[in-house]
Design a protein around this ligand. Structure first.
Ligand SMILES: Cc1cc2nc3c(=O)[nH]c(=O)nc-3n(C[C@H](O)[C@H](O)[C@H](O)COP(=O)(O)OP(=O)(O)OC[C@H]3O[C@@H](n4cnc5c(N)ncnc54)[C@H](O)[C@@H]3O)c2cc1C
Length: 301
């Protein structure tokens, strides 16, 4: 980590909560489900799809996992009631992955089944590398029974090419992203050029396969490469979509939509916004840099 980023990350806990909240409000829909619903309505009006995420991860008791499960179910039902164009993104550690594999599996299966009844999709986020193996195992088991489930793959992980190859026979739905956690060099590419190189390589594999590919990035170099491959392989939009995080580079997102492509926005909401934001800032000092940039370029909070 460069010394400036390190300093920024160490200073963040002393930044007043309301300042962090102000900054985070661009990236997080709010604390309540109604907040997420109203953000999704606006996105849908702009011809953008959404994926709603309930903030929280690494729960420590079964009751917390069941609480999260119930919230996720409520989200799926509310999406249907409001006739919104949004799916659901989930984190397996929020549904008990670190407590018990079978318990977690049955929670996720319940959600995927409900989503199926409601004609919706569940996208499984990929968390840090201690969870990769179990997450993919759960995904494979579910995908062999249901067609409405996707999983994220991180281009910074050296294992991702072989993971993708092992998933391809299942005709998977894969969200390709760079990866947000801090991982050791033994298992992960650390330099941006290497991560981007691997992202392009994996994207090329996915776009030539039977997978449905969600291209999750705000990096113009990678978006341009996706455009190039889409044209080269003459792909129609039943094969891929672009994905971005709420509040990040909306002008680039508008361009993707006006170019006629599908764009899905990741919309996180929930009471755990502070812990979530701080973790994200610590995990990705580049984002912490954005916080500071935003703090120093705004006049009031
Ligand atoms: C829809 C979606 C789902 C994701 N799911 C996962 C997941 O399941 N697991 C996982 O590990 N990671 C996930 N990520 C995060 C992803 O791995 C990256 O950490 C993140 O998207 C930043 O990488 P980038 O490709 O945008 O490239 P970067 O090079 O990091 O960013 C490109 C440019 O985008 C802008 N930018 C990027 N992030 C921000 C920000 N937070 N604030 C302001 N500007 C920003 C900057 O201008 C930057 O120069 C997801 C990302 C998206 C878009």
């Amino acid at each position: 980590m460069n010394p400036l980023n390190e300093l920024i990350v160490r200073t963040l806990p002393f930044v007043p909560k309301k300042v962090i909240r102000h900054f985070a409000s661009r990236y997080i829909a709010g604390e309540k489900l109604e907040d997420a619903i109203s953000v999704v309505k606006k996105l849908n009006e702009q011809k953008k799809l959404a994926t709603i995420d309930v903030l929280g991860e690494n729960i420590t008791s079964e009751s917390e996992a069941i609480e999260a499960l119930n919230t996720y179910k409520l989200v799926l039902n509310t999406i249907k009631e409001n006739n919104l164009n949004s799916d659901l993104s989930i984190k397996l550690t929020q549904l008990g992955l670190k407590l018990d594999y079978d318990f977690c599996y049955s929670n996720v299966e319940e959600l995927v089944k409900l989503a199926k009844q409601l004609n919706n999709i569940v996208e499984i986020d990929m968390e840090d590398s201690s969870t990769t193996e179990a997450t993919l195992k759960i995904y494979k088991e579910l995908r062999s029974k249901y067609d409405n489930v996707g999983v994220a793959i991180q281009a910074y992980l050296k294992r991702s090419e072989s993971d993708i190859k092992s998933l391809l026979p299942l005709k998977p739905r894969i969200r390709l992203c760079k990866g947000i956690y801090i991982e050791p060099e033994t298992i992960a590419f650390k330099r941006k050029e290497l991560i981007n190189h691997n992202f392009k390589h994996l994207l090329n594999i996915l776009l030539q396969s039977d997978a449905y590919t969600c291209i999750a990035t705000h990096d113009e170099e990678l978006i341009n490469e996706a455009y190039r491959l889409i044209a080269e392989y003459n792909l129609t939009d039943d094969k891929f979509e672009f994905q971005m995080l709420l509040g990040v580079r909306p002008e680039l997102g508008n361009r993707i939509v006006s170019d006629g492509h599908k764009l899905r926005i990741y919309v996180p909401f929930g009471e755990h916004w502070y812990a979530y934001s701080m973790r994200r800032f610590r995990e990705n000092p580049q984002i912490a840099g954005y916080v500071f940039k935003s703090i120093f370029t705004r006049n009031s909070f």
